[in-house]
Design a protein around this ligand. Structure first.
Ligand code: NDP
Length: 249
């Protein structure tokens, strides 16, 4: 589906694959100019080409959300001007028993899923507040249903997502009065590359068995939800959205 997002300018982090790619596509097909941000430049270039071939406008910006974003922001402003729709979607999921003490994984998840999200938010807060003063402005954070669940091996990942959910609710109390909507999206199981970086065969097998039992959503299902939320009238803020496969209970 497409929505009316003409005259909107978006940045989507983690646009190189999965949910981020599909969010970028639905926003572009709905008329928004979309800056595509992730580390893999080749993936972003392919997606920008695809959007252009469909008649949309996209800019590939290779950047790491945990690093200095000055060049990325300058490139986006230079091409599109200020943004009014920021989608914090970049994330990593690494799972191991806590007893393994994998602080390398803990730091990567905290740095990307939480500190990276804050880094991107900081980079575009002035744009969002300026946009919200007269028009529609959105900060959309992709959390996870894991923010509310308890199960073994994913303690740090789910903690980062619980932090994103709580951060979103609290940011809304600051940004809402400034005209900026904050939307927290909590997907359940979604087919993507998210689990491809895990290195524990037992944990992999458990997730694979769960995905057999519960057919996951497509990334486009989540993209559609973001397109819908961003296209509501300015006074309507979908604050919290859980989107699950029907069979995931
Ligand atoms: P993917 O692995 O397909 O997408 C993750 C994206 O994040 C990639 O495009 C990756 O691109 C980007 N990324 C990772 N680290 C960085 C970084 N340091 N800087 C910039 N970009 C980065 O998985 P999903 O599409 O599933 O994940 C998207 C979001 O959805 C995540 O936040 C995830 O936690 C959340 N989610 C996913 C669920 C699922 O079941 N799949 C369920 C609930 C939530 P690159 O490597 O090129 O930088």
């Amino acid at each position: 589906m497409t929505y009316d997002l003409n005259n909107r300018t978006a940045v989507v982090t983690g646009a190189a694959s999965g949910i981020g790619t599909e969010i970028a596509l639905v926003l572009a097909r709905s008329g928004a100019k979309v800056a595509l941000l992730a580390r893999r430049a080749d993936r972003l270039a392919d997606l920008a080409d695809k959007i252009a071939a469909e008649g949309g406008q996209a800019l590939a910006v290779s950047a790491d959300v945990t690093g200095d974003l000055t060049a990325a922001v300058d490139a986006i402003h230079g091409a599109f001007g200020p943004v009014d729709l920021v989608v914090n979607n970049a994330g990593v999921m690494l799972a191991n028993p806590l007893t393994e003490g994998r602080d390398d994984e803990w730091h990567r998840m905290i740095d990307t899923n939480l500190k990276g999200l804050l880094n991107v938010t900081k980079a575009f807060t002035a744009d969002l507040v300026a946009a919200g003063a007269s028009g529609t402005a959105d900060l959309v954070n992709i959390s996870s249903i894991g923010a509310h669940l308890t199960f073994p091996n994913y303690a740090v990942y789910t903690a980062t997502k619980a932090a994103v959910t709580h951060l979103s609710a609290n940011l809304r109390t600051e940004l809402g009065p400034l005209g900026v909507r904050v939307t927290n999206v909590e997907p359940g199981l979604v087919t993507s590359e998210l689990a491809d970086h895990m290195d524990n065969p037992e944990v992999d097998a458990h997730l694979a068995a769960w995905r057999e039992e519960v057919p996951p959503l497509n990334p486009a299902d989540v993209g559609d939800v973001v397109g819908f939320a961003a296209s509501r009238p300015k006074h309507v803020n979908l604050r919290q959205i859980m989107v699950l496969p029907t069979l995931q209970v």
